[in-house]
Design a protein around this ligand. Sequence first.
Ligand SMILES: *[C@@H]1O[C@H](CO)[C@@H](O)[C@H](O)[C@H]1NC(C)=O
Ligand SMILES: *[C@@H]1O[C@H](CO)[C@@H](O)[C@H](O)[C@H]1NC(C)=O
Ligand SMILES: *[C@@H]1O[C@H](CO)[C@@H](O)[C@H](O)[C@H]1NC(C)=O
Ligand SMILES: *[C@@H]1O[C@H](CO)[C@@H](O)[C@H](O)[C@H]1NC(C)=O
Ligand SMILES: *[C@@H]1O[C@H](CO)[C@@H](O)[C@H](O)[C@H]1NC(C)=O
Ligand SMILES: *[C@@H]1O[C@H](CO)[C@@H](O)[C@H](O)[C@H]1NC(C)=O
Length: 761
Amino acid sequence: MEKARSSPPRRVSLLQLVVAFVVVGWLFWPKVQDDRIPKKQVKESYLLALLDNKADEWSKKYTAEAHLPGTNYQLVEWTESKMQEYGFETTIDQYDIYVSYPNEHSLKVLANSTEIYEASLKEDELKEDETSSGPDLVPTFLSYAANGNVTAEYIYCNFGSVQDFAELKEANVSVEGKIAVMRYGGIFRGLKVKHAQEAGAVGALLYSDPKEDGNITTANGYKAYPKGPARNPSSVQRGSVQFLSTLPGDPTTPGYASKPGVPRTDPHGSTPKIPVLLISYKEVEPILHHLNGFGEEFGEHWQGALSGYNYSIGPRPGVELNLYSDQIFNITPLWNVYGQIEGVNKEEVIIVGNHRDAWVKGGAGDPNSGSAVLIEIMRALHELSKSGWKPQKTIMFASWDGEEYALLGSTEFGEFLSHKLQKTVVAYLNLDVATTGSILSMGASPLLNSVLRSAAEQLKYPNSTMNLWEHFKQHNDEIAYLGSGSDYTVFLEHLGIPASDMSFRPAKDGPIYHYHSNYDSYHWMSTYGDPGFVFHNLMAKYLGLVLLELSETETLFFKTQDYAVALSGYFEKAAERIPESWLHRKVHVDTLDRNYDFNQELSNLKSSKHMLGYALGETSRTCGRKHKPIAVAELIDEVKKELESFSVLSTSFDDYVLKLLYYWEHKEDLWWWDRIKLHYKIIAVNKRLKYLERNFLHCEGLKDRSWFKHIIFASGRYTGYKGQTLPGLQEAIEDDDFESGVKWLEVIWKAVRRVDAQLDH
Ligand SMILES: *[C@@H]1O[C@H](CO)[C@@H](O)[C@H](O)[C@H]1NC(C)=O
Ligand SMILES: *[C@@H]1O[C@H](CO)[C@@H](O)[C@H](O)[C@H]1NC(C)=O
Ligand SMILES: *[C@@H]1O[C@H](CO)[C@@H](O)[C@H](O)[C@H]1NC(C)=O
Ligand SMILES: *[C@@H]1O[C@H](CO)[C@@H](O)[C@H](O)[C@H]1NC(C)=O
Ligand SMILES: *[C@@H]1O[C@H](CO)[C@@H](O)[C@H](O)[C@H]1NC(C)=O
Ligand SMILES: *[C@@H]1O[C@H](CO)[C@@H](O)[C@H](O)[C@H]1NC(C)=O
């Protein structure tokens, strides 16, 4: 019960007023004081530090010795010591992860049970290339391939895609009990193995076909590496054959971190049960020659560029492969290294990450071009800090371990700190293969498009009158969307954190990049890939500017309209594919209450144990109401209407944010009280921007792969690397699964309504 107020009103004295004024001023004034170094000057000093280019030195260091996941602790310590030298606070973060290491292997051809050929399964040692020989060479192997010794007839299965196996089936070619020989390209290698296994193959062999190399082949008169730009015929592509689009991270700890003592499950949900080897084109030729004239021949799309083989698929009766692969499976420590510099605002964090583990001693492109650039960015920030600069947001650099096997280090980190990361991380900026050529290629969450563009416009493209953005636009229509295959995956697709990935790739007729081969070496990089380390340097400038724009701009450098435009485009495309037969069927749908209150949700979350994005979906469901049944066509129109609102609201929201930024940049003209008000308005819009992407998470995740929570972006289920937009809906359409299609329409509708409520300030 409330007590009635009985005391008489008191008069406020002048003294009290003055005191109140001073207290308010003392409390709030520092928040709007601005003694920071102007952004323009920060960026100039940063670029100045990169006039000096040390990428070459770091590349040489990282490419000198083998560093498979969970090995080479000296390199962990060296990375940490560089971070410390540049003034970052460091942590070495250990996870205990299920991995495999090479032991023994062999591959033989048998004719009528007599051995007629044995492949060496080795890359040639080149005297020009120091790290292509020596006692610590990494054998050619595919991590997570099962152990086994199988002898069977073999057939050529093209790229090993779902369509390829469907064609085989249609032609009544049985893969059951056979060894599937598949060429690299098209889709992620682990999914080739998954498809072969599902078709009944007992083993698989992956090879690099010269067709991948376009015009730059020895058949076309180019000399092979090290004498020229074409592929060395003995080169192979090592790699992981885990099932990337099912589950990244430790295959024995799906969805949770591999810290000591956690329970573990059977890894075969996301790793193969059959043995798999890999081979060069030089060594596969004699194997495939035996198939000439046996079995079916499919069309042009099954043709590679091997000589003397016309791509008939076999099998050839009496001709078999004996494929033996043995690896050591183990649970072993892996180490991420972090270097952090605290920002003025500790509640907003930007993470820049790159993995450190490599398939070979060298790995000058993958990942050490990224590692070298990471160190360069830290070095330049250190120079900057000598002038007294401190970032506005906390910046964290991560050197991940085990990316090559299954995005291990980053995924376990994301799973371990999911809650904290969702609350604090503004953006994740990924590097991996930062440089193997001169053509910029990028993928990102649409929220980051504007900052990627702005930073690119500020840099000159080497030997050209173009800026970096103009160069990019010359080669690309737009910034791509992300799929998977690198460490951004957990951030965007599991946690709903905007992420980007960027890389300079070989030009169309540029030197062939020897991906995951011994020839991805310092020698290749300094002679063919990036002589002078010019594009390493440009990448350090570019990613650093993106980082500084994000950190130093008072309002978050996100443009929500870019998201609205992209999402409308994805939905239009998906809607066109919805089967006619669905449109008139009636369905009951849940709708979101119009009284949805973003601030209320955020404050509910403070006490909630749910992950942020999932919880946003969760709580809004409780205020849903049943509607009368509507036709699917109407539901589609409702989604479109909501997307139109998104477009309108995002335009006015972005304008409002720009207006606030303008006032902030001219705050000297404001009365102190207005400055304080402006400060709090900016906090409010930044909160909405920061959490916008989280709205696109769905707590149950995608069908048959619940780890993937993002409803707009996922790794393509049959492709792996390549992304799929609106994956739930698109897969339901592909599968002609009506129930699931309706469910995903509803999920998308609700997510857009939440975003609209959030932008409707
Ligand atoms: C296997 O033996 C049969 C019967 O002797 C013969 O016809 C066939 O050519 C042999 N196959 C090969 C690949 O040598
Ligand atoms: C693999 O199998 C073949 C044929 O069955 C056999 O001759 C060979 O010794 C086996 N290799 C190993 C390492 O077990
Ligand atoms: C495959 O086998 C089925 C059933 O035996 C047959 O109807 C069909 O014509 C065969 N297809 C081809 C391409 O041989
Ligand atoms: C190969 O060269 C031809 C002729 O110069 C050109 O038209 C074609 O685009 C090139 N192909 C590739 C993949 O670079
Ligand atoms: C493929 O090669 C075999 C053996 O050389 C030959 O019999 C067959 O006719 C060839 N097929 C085509 C389509 O060239
Ligand atoms: C730029 O031009 C100079 C002079 O022609 C040349 O030496 C250098 O290699 C070029 N750099 C790049 C990155 O193309």
